[in-house]
Design a protein around this ligand. Structure first.
Ligand code: ADP
Length: 394
């Protein structure tokens, strides 16, 4: 019996022993519940952020996929990390094939600065670049490359690009068309002008003043029409030239001589004297510099009395080639001088003279794009000198 254990006691004892443990269990349970809750919350959070990430990813994938422009992402070691479908199409490489490969695989023609983007962090643009397709053919592109950063600094660069082949083809067509119009319209006009000048001389010799006046009107109208053709061409060329033309080394003296001989009517040509050195090489877009010279020649004639002398000087000054044209025409008052090169600016007193106020504006843009300068000096009623300075080549 002694061995018999009163089960109530032990149980009591047990209960007594357990009773302090009861809160532990409850706490444990509570802790477990708390942990579970935490797990649930964080799993919900994870699910929410996973869901959020998934949506973000789907969103950016949808954007990059539907983007018409090519998108090429590279890391700081110039390795490709992503290309979108438009880039795949234009380049002929798939995203899988390009990932991890050096940028030079697809952009061997890309100028160094763009490749330097990830390293130096400067954005680059080029409207006139050439990219190469996988099959080796080159195509015209306009691209912009910009670095992107994370909290660790520059992480890489994004290059977006457009295929410009079609635009370039249309530009070439427009250029050809313009050259054709210019040629076709000018040829008969030159004939009219030449004959009218002969007529004018003969009629003047014979003392037939009234008929001579008619010949003068024919000449003036032909010159006006010539100026209008020039203006038409000027307007349509603005922009196209800048993009299309390549600079080459030209002789400023030869260009000046050529413009005098080819664009000025013979009787007006007689009032212009050219003083020039043998040759002056400048690196320039020839057609653009010709436009500037023609604008300056035309202005000197337009704003001078008939027959008034005009001097053109082409010479070297320091590291610059100078083209200076001096007339003895109406001159320009000091208050107008600072505004002459503004768009559409014309001095009111010469309103009766044909013009649109674009010649000097576009001339200065051209000259400055060549790293040169264009300025005017003038005295009202005495005459004006317009000077063009371009850096000498070599
Ligand atoms: P446009 O000759 O078509 O008016 P420009 O831009 O070539 O336009 O010239 C702007 C203005 O500058 C002219 O309208 C004229 O008032 C003035 N100008 C230009 N060249 C001369 C010049 N050689 N003599 C006097 N005024 C001039």
């Amino acid at each position: 019996m002694a061995a018999h254990r009163d089960t109530s006691q032990p149980s009591h004892t047990t209960n007594q022993a357990l009773s302090p443990a009861m809160p532990d269990a409850a706490e444990q349970l509570h802790d477990i519940q708390a942990v579970n809750e935490q797990l649930l919350i964080s799993s919900l959070r994870e699910r929410t952020s996973a869901e959020y990430l998934r949506r973000q990813l789907a969103f950016s994938t949808a954007i990059t996929t539907s983007l018409g422009e090519g998108l090429y992402v590279l890391d700081t070691a110039d390795r490709c990390t992503f290309v979108n479908p438009a880039a795949e199409r234009m380049l002929g490489w798939s995203d899988d094939e390009l990932r991890g490969r050096n940028i030079s695989v697809v952009f061997p023609m890309l100028p160094v600065p763009a490749q330097a983007v990830p390293r130096f962090g400067t954005a680059q643009r080029d409207e006139n670049a050439l990219f190469v397709h996988r099959n080796g053919t080159l195509f015209s592109t306009a691209y912009s490359a910009s670095p992107f950063t994370t909290s660790d600094g520059i992480a890489g660069a994004v290059i977006t690009f457009r295929d410009m082949s079609e635009v370039r083809r249309l530009q070439r067509m427009r250029e050809e068309y313009l050259a054709l119009i210019s040629h076709d319209l000018r040829a008969p006009l030159t004939a009219i002008l030449g004959r009218a000048e002969i007529l004018l001389r003969r009629l003047t010799q014979q003392g037939l003043d009234r008929d001579a006046d008619s010949a003068r009107i024919v000449i003036a109208s032909s010159l006006r029409m010539n100026a209008m053709i020039e203006e038409l061409l000027d307007r349509s060329r603005v922009g196209a030239d800048t993009e299309m033309q390549q600079a080459s080394v030209i002789d400023l003296v030869a260009v000046a001589q050529q413009m005098l001989d080819q664009t000025i009517a013979p009787d007006a040509r007689a009032q212009i004297t050219l003083h020039a050195v043998a040759a002056l090489p400048v690196s320039a877009k020839e057609a653009q510099i010709k436009r500037v010279i023609v604008n300056l020649l035309t202005n000197a004639l337009k704003f001078s009395a008939r027959g008034a002398p005009i001097a053109v000087r082409v010479y070297q000054q320091g590291a610059e080639a100078i083209f200076a044209i001096s007339d003895q025409g109406v001159g320009i008052a000091p208050e107008h001088l600072p505004h002459l090169f503004e768009k559409h600016y014309r001095v009111k007193t010469v309103e009766q003279v044909e013009g649109n106020g674009l010649g000097l504006y576009s001339s200065r843009l051209i000259v400055e794009a060549h790293g040169g300068r264009l300025w005017a000096e003038s005295t009202l009623g005495v005459g004006s000198t317009f000077t063009l300075a371009l850096p000498l080549s070599g």
